[in-house]
Ligand binder design. Structure first.
Ligand code: MN
Length: 288
């Protein structure tokens, strides 16, 4: 399955507290040489100091975690896992599934004040939708145009999914103190005067109070934004920390089977951590 990772990238580490963005699919689960496990198959692995956001345009993903949650998501629903001091989970395409899989996996860095919080998991089957000019905007996290997602957030941020009908045109209200980026997930949309297709992340910076979006044919966009995240981070494998020592400790704990609980019900082994690089991991700021 082809995955396009647009955050972190060479020039930019974060957009608001958003520190990781993977888009995958649309992938045909009926074709190809999938072997035993068509689609997504991510064995139990740990996380620290972040939130994972799972959002689908097509298909289903089954989440299991070390707190005992087992939760299927479908398009339009949010699985939000807050790792805090430590959690482990698996994600897989369930045995009974739709023919296509298409979605995003996003991470939010937790601020210093909350990075050691107790782990938690939220499933939101219903999210607010605001519509204007042929654009349906689902507010996945944070607030947009007065609609507020019920998902718990730890810093001021937003994630919104915009579905543009053929001929759609509208202005999305933005906050000047936020920085923003847009990822196209399907079709071609005109965003701030540029034709945006699936692939790159369009960084918009801050200081804007609105964003013009339009499309000739149906298109789908994800808007990410937030107050610029000023803390320096060390990101390695599935861990977010503030220092090399944070990462070494988290890796040692996972390898020793300490601090991340256990995922029940997954039909396979957990993922071992890769070897650390020979050099010290350095904290990095928002930009290169
Ligand atoms: Mn994960």
């Amino acid at each position: 399955m082809t995955v396009t990772r647009t955050l972190p990238n060479r020039g930019r580490r974060t957009v608001g507290a958003w520190c990781f963005a993977d888009a995958y699919g649309p992938t045909d689960l009926a074709g190809g040489n999938w072997g035993e496990h068509p689609g997504m198959w991510v064995p139990p692995h740990p996380h620290t100091a972040l939130q994972t956001v799972s959002w689908l345009l097509a298909g289903e993903v089954l989440h299991r975690d070390s707190l005992g949650h087992q939760q299927l998501i479908r398009p339009g629903q949010l699985n939000l896992m807050t790792a805090g001091r430590g959690i482990s989970h698996s994600e897989e395409t369930p045995p009974e599934h739709s023919p296509w899989l298409h979605g995003v996996q996003l991470w939010v860095a937790l601020p210093e004040s909350d990075r050691h919080t107790a782990p938690r998991f939220e499933h939101h089957a219903e999210l607010p939708v605001v519509s204007a000019g042929g654009v349906d905007v689902t507010v996945v996290m944070g607030e947009l145009a007065g609609a507020v997602s019920p998902a718990r957030i730890y810093t001021p941020l937003v994630c919104a999914d915009a579905a543009l009908a053929a001929g759609a045109s509208t202005q999305l209200p933005l906050r000047p103190e936020f920085e923003y980026a847009v990822l196209a997930l399907s079709g071609t949309a005109r965003v701030d005067g540029l034709d945006l297709e699936p692939g790159p992340l369009l960084y918009l910076g801050s200081g804007r109070s609105e964003l013009e979006v339009s499309a000739t044919d149906p298109a789908r966009l994800i808007l990410l934004g937030g107050e610029p995240f000023e803390e320096q981070l060390v990101m390695w494998w599935n861990f977010v920390g503030r220092s090399h020592e944070d990462i070494v400790q988290a890796r040692d704990d996972w390898q020793a089977g300490v601090g991340f609980g256990a995922v029940e019900g997954f039909d396979g082994d957990r993922l071992p951590a890769p070897a650390l690089p020979g050099t010290r991991l350095r904290p990095r700021g928002r930009e290169r």
